[in-house]
Design a protein around this ligand. Structure first.
Ligand code: GSH
Length: 211
């Protein structure tokens, strides 16, 4: 497998974690988002969505981290990233999607760049936009973790899709100096998971393209 990735991309970070958890060997192909490689013809010919990650496997390439995570879970079922019961699976997906669909897209590179360059917003405004959406999303996740998780996992007793999405989002929030004091459970979960070797090897600083 080839993973089109960028060290600081939180969506690619999710997939790197899952590949490591499942013990799948892969070749990382760095896509330099700062240089705009994702908008170039060669990358768009492969992934018209112009975003990372994209996964190449058995002659096919597709993007969207959640689709890739579910593909990996279906093709390499051990260890599972979703619980067994339909209701629990739905719950874990709901947590993962709250990060991947409701939180992350508001704060990704192209949105922040649009705020800066087209709408003329300064760094203060962009940072307060970023922090606003983090605070709103994390407040709900903190409550969910207290109800359904522990200080180790967002849901239940095993690593799930929800944890795989949480850790990169926490990394991003720290990068933007968000106040994480109000989310003690999320901080504990993230601290526990980041120390696991599969998560540590997926971290931005551990990537070959890290600067
Ligand atoms: N929903 C997509 C989001 C992918 C995404 O936003 N990727 C970012 C990096 S985290 C990206 O490629 N940004 C490039 C850009 O904004 O130009 C997924 O989950 O894969």
């Amino acid at each position: 497998m080839k993973l089109y990735t960028y060290f600081r991309s939180s969506a690619a970070y999710r997939v790197r974690i899952a590949l490591n958890l499942k013990g799948i060997a892969y070749e990382p192909v760095a896509v330099d988002l700062r240089a705009g490689t994702q908008h170039g013809r060669p990358y768009l010919a492969m992934n018209p969505q112009g975003l990372v990650p994209a996964l190449e496997d058995r002659g096919t390439v597709f993007g969207q981290s959640l689709a890739i995570l579910e593909y990996l879970d279906e093709t390499h079922p051990q260890p599972p990233l979703l619980p067994y019961s339909p209701a629990e699976r739905a719950h874990v997906r709901s947590l993962a999607l709250s990060i991947a669909c409701d939180l992350h897209p508001l704060n990704n590179l192209r949105v922040l760049n649009y705020l800066r360059s087209v709408l003329g917003q300064d760094e203060h405004a962009v940072n307060s936009w970023y922090r606003h959406w983090i605070a709103q999303g994390f407040a709900a996740l903190e409550e969910e973790a207290q109800r359904h998780g522990s200080t180790r996992h967002l849901f239940g007793d095993e690593v799930t899709l929800a944890d795989v999405c949480l850790v990169p989002q926490m990394f991003n929030a720290r990068r933007f100096d968000c106040d994480l004091e109000p989310y003690p459970t999320l901080r504990a979960i993230s601290g526990h998971l980041e120390a696991l070797p599969e998560f540590a090897r997926a971290a931005p600083a551990a990537q070959p393209d890290a600067i």
